[in-house]
Design a protein around this ligand. Structure first.
Ligand SMILES: *[C@@H]1O[C@H](CO)[C@@H](O)[C@H](O)[C@H]1NC(C)=O
Ligand SMILES: *[C@@H]1O[C@H](CO)[C@@H](O)[C@H](O)[C@H]1NC(C)=O
Ligand SMILES: *[C@@H]1O[C@H](CO)[C@@H](O)[C@H](O)[C@H]1NC(C)=O
Ligand SMILES: *[C@@H]1O[C@H](CO)[C@@H](O)[C@H](O)[C@H]1NC(C)=O
Ligand SMILES: *[C@@H]1O[C@H](CO)[C@@H](O)[C@H](O)[C@H]1NC(C)=O
Length: 511
């Protein structure tokens, strides 16, 4: 019996070993070839030049993206020896491995001085001919922020398409959609909907997150058009998709590119798809605005001088969540809490469908799937003394409220900062803009806390990041362009940087 068991164990183990050796051989082969971007600079000016046949002559077969409208290059799966061979070929500027870039609204416009209504000068005719290209997770085409109501046909210069995939329709506001991820351009993350509406969303009255942060949502240039380029999925944003989006967007005729995403680290310009794409965009008069990244205090990943790099700061509005103790004392904590416990006090330590009080006050309030408030160390101490002082400690968490009392913007701690690790004499980030607790449009296909524990679905939500700051500056850049259509990207960048309000050295805040 023991022998039999040994034998069967051996059989099982041997099969397992055999199986594992197959698996590892397969993994090895796959690792052996990896996706590289082969960047070949500008398109040659000779009229008979055929990028695709040139790409094929380099590689026999190109299976990947081909860049042939706005600059020259392709992506392909290569072995290390192929990579070396290709890198030495004439005409090849750089060969670099594909990486996954990461994803890094409206009391904020009032705060920035771009007030709603007649107090803000706008050049509506030109604004309506302005197109903001958003590189992100796609977009929710049904959102009111992108409704085509009241818009005429797309501007004549528009050469793009609406290829959003099944069940995706554009309109005269959302005039273009391209998908590189094979998921379809519909936003199932929420991020792209949020950033697009901040940059150029319609004026939508009475928006809020369950009443929190209520007000009118709008982008910086509400009358301009939006083109969504889906380069990111939940898994990240691949280098070769980002370059494809630049290749297309430049040729499509966008005026400004907003990219709230970046690499894990700063790369040399010729190996960074955003630096490469933005360079060719700039040559065509298109400004690229990029988020600095959320790795503060570590340095920004956006370092090229021809990109407008945006840090994130607070506004005069903060979201707070009060905790009321059984003894009547109120502690002001933090979170975006839409759950209404109706003032009922619960025994502390009892299992209230998940109500939590945390001792980890952060720099910004975020949406959680439960009633939550995060207290400062001092307030948490008060809570503990109260618990100590009574046999049956009780508390309740109130619904969040917005408070307007912080006149001074401060750069958020999460916001990546200088120095520029690639070119130390070029200061980065260039500017800071609102990126903390921003209310903007969202995808109803994902929960506002981005967890599966949460079955709520909303059209507007509050979130934070340099991703939220970037489209504020894209909106400003587009706004400036409506008054100065002939200005170059550097002139627009310079105008924004030199007219911002400078604050103290330590808070490095301009807007
Ligand atoms: C969300 O937006 C959709 C499309 O505009 C609309 O049909 C729906 O009623 C909205 N939901 C809420 C809660 O406002
Ligand atoms: C199309 O999109 C709408 C709106 O999000 C959704 O309700 C519907 O189920 C979708 N249909 C298909 C076939 O995906
Ligand atoms: C504003 O929205 C809230 C809920 O989202 C609703 O209860 C209220 O009636 C709306 N007010 C107006 C003026 O539309
Ligand atoms: C938000 O809602 C509250 C309560 O209904 C109201 O008093 C306040 O004026 C609203 N704020 C804005 C900016 O609409
Ligand atoms: C709570 O009570 C215990 C025992 O009376 C005491 O040792 C402790 O310091 C108290 N803690 C606080 C935070 O008041």
């Amino acid at each position: 019996m023991a022998k039999l068991r040994e034998a069967s164990f051996c059989a099982l183990a041997c099969v397992l070993v055999l199986f594992l050796s197959f698996v590892s051989a397969d993994t090895y082969n796959r690792q052996d070839k990896q996706v590289y971007v082969v960047y070949m600079g500008s398109l040659p000016s000779q009229p008979d030049y055929k990028p695709t046949s040139d790409h094929i002559s380099i590689l026999q077969q190109v299976t990947g993206e081909s860049y042939k409208k706005s600059f020259n290059g392709f992506s392909a799966r290569l072995t290390e020896s192929e990579r070396k061979r290709v890198a030495e070929m004439e005409g090849v500027v750089s060969v670099f491995p594909s990486k996954k870039y990461k994803l890094h609204t409206t009391a904020s416009w009032d705060f920035m001085g771009l007030k709603e209504g007649k107090n803000t000068k706008r050049n509506l005719a030109v604004e309506s001919d302005t197109i903001v290209g958003v590189f992100d997770t796609g977009i929710s085409p049904e959102s009111e922020s992108f409704s085509g109501k009241g818009f005429g046909p797309p501007p004549k210069k528009w050469k793009g398409v609406c290829k959003g995939g099944k069940n995706f329709t554009c309109n005269n506001k959302l005039i273009g959609a391209r998908d590189y991820t094979n998921e379809g351009t519909r936003d199932i993350e929420g991020h792209g909907t949020h950033t697009a509406s901040t940059a150029a969303g319609n004026v939508v009255e009475n928006t809020s997150f369950y009443g929190i942060g209520n007000g009118t949502a709008r982008g910086g240039v509400p009358d301009s058009r939006i083109a969504a380029y889906k380069v990111c999925s939940g898994a990240g944003c691949s280098s070769e998709y980002i370059l494809s989006a630049f290749d297309d967007a430049i040729a499509d005729g966008v005026d400004v590119i907003s990219a709230s995403l970046g690499g894990d680290t700063a790369y040399m310009y010729e190996k960074d798809p955003i630096a490469i794409g933005a360079f060719h965009a700039m040559a065509k008069g298109i400004l690229t605005v990029q988020s600095a990244g959320n790795n503060g205090p570590n340095p920004t990943v956006s370092v090229a001088p021809w990109i407008l790099t945006v840090a994130a700061s607070t506004t005069n509005r903060r979201i707070v969540t009060k905790v009321v103790l059984g003894n009547g004392k109120t502690l002001v904590g933090q979170s975006v809490n839409a759950f209404d416990l109706k003032g009922k006090h619960y025994a502390i330590g009892s299992q209230v469908p998940v109500a939590f009080i945390f001792r980890d006050k952060k720099e910004f309030a975020s949406v959680q799937p439960w009633p939550v408030s995060s207290l400062s160390l001092d307030d948490f101490g008060s809570l503990i003394s109260y618990i100590n002082s009574t046999k049956s400690p009780k508390a309740t968490i109130l619904k969040s409220e917005a408070i307007f009392n912080q006149a001074d913007p401060k750069v958020a701690g999460f916001s990546s900062r200088g120095p520029n690790t690639i070119a130390v004499d070029i200061l980065k980030p260039d500017i800071t803009a609102p990126g903390v607790e921003i209310l903007a449009a969202y995808s109803p296909l994902v929960s506002p806390s981005a967890t599966t524990l949460d079955n709520r679905r909303v059209n507007y939500t509050i979130t934070s990041g340099t991703s939220m700051a970037c489209p504020h500056v894209s909106g400003v850049a587009a706004y400036i362009k409506t008054f100065h259509p002939e200005w170059s990207p550097s002139m627009i960048q310079s105008a924004i940087m030199t007219t911002g309000k400078q604050k103290s050295y330590t808070s490095v805040t301009f807007l």
